[in-house]
Structures are given as C-alpha cells and as structure tokens.
Design a protein. Structure first.
Length: 565
C-alpha cells in the first residue's frame, strides 16, 4: 500500500516540542475565534509520553466553565475505533473471530433485501467493521435526536426493518448500524451490557478513567462540553442516547464520551503495538488486520480497515478517524512509523476540528525528524492524457449520488469533461473514454452492457468512493404511473427543535425526491409504495407517512408542480 514511498527516518534521541506548543497556544484561540468555536481540547502524544494536553475556551457559550484537558466531549464517530478495539480484545481472548457471521451470535437477525433471502447470512464482523455489509446508515428507532424512548435492544431489532442498499460485500459504504451490531454481539457473547464490557476490557486496563458509553456516568461528570450548532447550544447528551436497563447506554457507533488525556493513553497503547505495561493485550497480527484497508480493489492506496481509516503518510501510514454531528467536531490520528499522535476535540460543528489535527501531526513529525520528506502526490495512472470524442464524453454527463445526501454533476464543455460544484468547475484529464484524473484523484466510470453509466469510482489517497449514477437530461421519459400522484407533495419532520422539509414530485415521468439545496434524487420503484435512490436508500410511502432513509416524515400539503432546475 505504501511501499512506493521512502521509509520513515530514524528517530532523533531527544525531542523538544516547547516552541511548537508555544505557537499552538497562540494560534488556537485565533482559529477558534475565526471559526466561532466555543471550546477546544488538544493532546499531543510521542510514543508512551503525553507531550501536552490543554483546553481552550468554554464548555458552552455562557462562558461560565472553562474547557480543560479533563473535560468530557462527545467523540461521535471516533467511537467506532474504540468499539473495534474492544472487539479485537474479545477476539484475542477467543470469544469470537473476525470472519464469524453475525448470525452465529445473533441468530434472530434479519434485514430486508432485494438481492436474495440469504444476504443476512453473509454478513460477517469483518464486513460490519469495514463498512462492507450493505447496511444503511441509521435505523427507524434510536437515530440521532430521536426523541422517543428506544432501548438499545429495540434499536438493534429495528435494523431488521431496514433494507440493504446493495448486495453484501459489493462495496464500501459507511454505516453506523454495522458498528452497532458489533457492539450488540459483544453484549450477547460476553453476557455484559456493552458499556460495561468496554469499561472492564478496555478503559480500565488503559487507565481511561473518564471514558464511557454510559449516559449516567457522563451526567455526573463535573465538566462536559455541550455541542453547538452555530450559536445554538444543544441540550447535554442529546446524540446517540438510547435508554436501556434503567441506564442510558450510548451506541457503539457514535456514543462514547472521553477526554483528550484519556484518548492520549489509547493512542500510546496503539503506538506500543497493543501492549499495556509490556503485556500484549492485542496481538500484532490482529492490529495489522485492523490497520489494513479491507477488500481493496486494484489501484487502491488507502481505505477503511476495521474501525479505522488508513492512508500513506511520508513513507508510513496515517491511522485516523474523525467524528462530526450533534454540535461536535472531533479528530484522532497517529502514525506507528513516526510514533506520534494527536487528538483535537471541539464542541462545534465547524471544520476546525477536522483540519487542525493533521496540521499538528505534520508539525510534530517535522519537529521530531526535521523537514518533512518530499513525496509525490497520488499518481493513479501512467497513461498519457488524450482527447476523447465528445459523443463518448456526453454519455457520462449527468448527476451522481454522493454518500452525504448530495449530488455531483459532470458535464461536457469545450470537448472536455468537467466536474461541477455550486461554485467551481474542475476540468478532468482524459486517459481513456472512461478514465480521468484531476487534482490527485482518478475517476473511473463504470458502464452497463448498453454503454450507459452505472456510476463512477473515485480513487484518492484515503481510499475509493463509489458514486452511483442518478440521472441525466437526455434520459427517456419514465412511465409516469397514475398511482404515483398519491405520493406527490410536501413532507416534513421535526427533530431537536428544527423542521426538515422535502418535496416529492414527478419529473420526466419519474418520481423524484426534491432535497432543496441538495438536489433532485430520482426514485426507482421496487414494489408499489417502495422506492430506492440511486445509492440504494429506501423511500417508503404509507398513506400520509413517508419513511425517508428510515427517518419518519409526514405529508403536509397537496401535490405540487415541479420547480425548474
């Protein structure tokens, strides 16, 4: 994966980070003000040493309680890395195996599928932890900001109401539900609630005394950072909270709370090769499995392992996971070859939390080893740039579905293919009629037997994405079924004092979901009342109710006329 780059240089005998830290102390408050971030905590790790940990700003905008290195933050999706590590501890102890099927421990598990009745049997822990299960992202019960009481077991059972997006193992697609099922299997196999298992098997042995998946523990902590969306302070403990057994157990996929000091200990544990005080807790082979991108395709240079992402970094590997949502933005990363790591936690959904950690890690490597090695950015083909016939390019034009409810548009202009966003147009260099490069990425279009686009694979240093084809202006008109008129109209849902609105309309003979600023999603009918978007997410109509990607919406208006693009 990373053998093309030069190996990491030998470590210097002593490292003085004091000047680097002094600069960060000056700049971080400036960045926080620029991005309107109320609170931030940071930790720097070098091997087994906590180099520095400090808090800045306040736990909320009332400016009453200062953030410290001991303030609890919601980690959001960084929780997945900890759940995966807990699972590997169970594997090390012989409780389960990575390639065991989920149904070995949870035989009642089912899921709706358009691809055969045995798909649930093919879901293994490896596929769940690497997001290759085909499961969608959320369940009808227990999703973000779901105000209903939903015990963890009910949340898990509601997964059986969801539909697989694609056949098990077909491709990578990020899913909270996969990690939640891993946590539930740990619960069943160990005979302990998930939060207790994590506390006993991971947090206590590592000395992570403030870390927890338990709501009650968080509620009693003296310093907890509240999430913020813009200037709005969110109620404490609103995200990923699922009441269970009289306690509030937070979901394995995103419900962990921790401090930067605790997370520094976790990074040191990984930098030590899975050892605590010289005792091997997770074997090196298991850690290698965790760090290795799973089910790679030809040409891939990075990707998602087991609960963590990996990509090349200056002759080594960058191991990283971030989290976002619920008013938080978080990042955790380390590199075994350079033996350094960084944690940055913020209580705001700004980009500051995502961007700062990588810059700090690069700075630590430069302090420790000298100037960073000059390496070539991602090069994914040796084929020359060519000119492709405009007719061949035109068949690729249209919209493609991204993971985060957005669309990418490709269009032909001046005999070239362009990727278009709201503010920019990026020209792609053609290397064949279906292979293009631009800005360190490769775009490979997949065509069906009739030469029509099925989707596009995007190769980058962090892995491979797949964007399924949504629609184009040149498509033939659809069947425009009379019964579809019953589904047309405005729909809304309320969550955490916000109202979300979408429209359903008929355009060019097809039913479309109008996601306002996000774009028009074409719906493909599977059965009466059951539709799927291009990427396989379900849209189900039942009277005045619509289940949209497993969120519940209610119809609030009569049919509407489609607006122009």
């Amino acid at each position: 994966m990373i053998g093309q780059e030069k190996p990491a240089p030998a470590v210097r005998p002593t490292v003085d980070y004091s000047r680097f830290i002094a600069r960060l102390k000056e700049r971080l408050p400036e960045y926080m003000a620029q991005y309107n971030v109320p609170g931030l905590a940071i930790a720097l790790v070098d091997g087994a040493t906590l180099v520095w940990a400090e808090g800045f700003g306040y736990t909320d905008r009332t400016n009453q309680t200062k953030v410290t290195a001991d303030t609890l933050f919601s980690l959001q999706s960084i929780s997945k890395t900890y759940t995966a590590t807990g699972f590997l501890i169970a594997v090390e102890k012989g409780l389960m195996k990575i390639d065991d099927p989920l149904k070995k421990y949870y035989p009642q598990f089912t899921v709706n599928s358009r691809f055969g009745v045995d798909e649930a049997d093919r879901i293994t822990f490896r596929r769940l932890l690497s997001h290759h299960s085909g499961l969608t992202h959320i369940a009808p019960c227990g999703y973000h900001f779901d105000g209903r009481s939903c015990p963890f077991a009910d949340h898990i059972r509601s997964i059986s109401e969801t539909w697989l997006m694609f056949p098990v193992g077909e491709r990578f697609c990020y899913s909270n539900l996969g990690i939640d099922l891993v946590g539930y299997a740990l619960e069943l196999r160990s005979g302990k609630p998930f939060d207790e298992f994590m506390d006993e098997e991971l947090f206590r042995p590592l000395g992570m005394t403030s870390s927890t998946f338990n709501h009650n523990v968080v509620a009693s902590h003296p310093s907890v950072a509240k999430g913020h969306i813009r200037d709005r302070i969110l109620p404490a403990l609103t995200t990923f909270t699922i009441p269970a057994r009289g306690l509030y157990t937070r979901t394995p996929s995103g419900g962990m709370y921790s401090t930067v000091k605790d997370m520094a200990k976790f990074i040191s544990f990984h930098l030590a090769g899975g050892k605590i005080g010289g005792k091997q807790i997770i074997g090196e082979n298991l850690l290698k499995e965790m760090y290795t991108p799973q089910f790679p395709i030809e040409g891939q240079v990075g990707g998602y392992g087991l609960g963590i992402a990996s990509q090349p970094l200056y002759g080594g590997a960058l191991l990283q996971h971030n989290g976002g949502g619920g008013g938080y933005s978080t990042d955790q990363m380390w590199t075994p070859e350079y033996q350094v790591g960084v944690v940055v936690l913020t209580n705001s959904e700004s980009e500051l939390g995502f961007g700062t950690a990588r810059g700090v890690l690069n700075g630590m490597i430069a302090v420790k080893y000298g100037p960073l090695p000059q390496t070539e950015s991602g090069k994914f083909t040796d084929k020359p740039i060519i000119t492709v016939d405009t007719k061949l390019l035109q068949r690729l034009a249209g919209t493609y579905k991204l993971r985060d409810e957005m669309l990418a548009t490709f269009k032909v202009k001046e005999e070239s293919l362009y990727k278009v966003s709201q503010t920019t147009e990026v020209r792609l260099n053609a290397h064949s009629a279906t292979e293009f490069t631009s800005e360190g990425r490769k775009y490979t279009f997949i065509l069906d037997e009739k030469g029509r686009p099925k989707g596009v694979r995007i190769f980058g240093s962090s892995g491979v994405e797949f964007w399924p084809f949504n629609d184009s202006r040149d498509e033939e008109a659809g069947p425009n079924k009379k019964e579809w008129q019953d589904f047309v109209g405005e729909y809304s849902r309320k969550a955490d004092s916000e109202t979300f609105n979408v429209s359903v309309t008929i355009k060019n003979g097809y039913l479309y979901l109008d996601m306002k600023d996000w774009g028009w999603f074409k719906l493909n009918e599977y059965k009466p009342g059951i539709f799927f978007t291009a990427d396989g997410k379900s849209v189900i109509f039942q009277g005045a109710r619509m289940s949209l990607f497993n969120y519940g919406y209610t119809k609030k208006s009569a049919p509407i006329q489609p607006r122009g693009r």
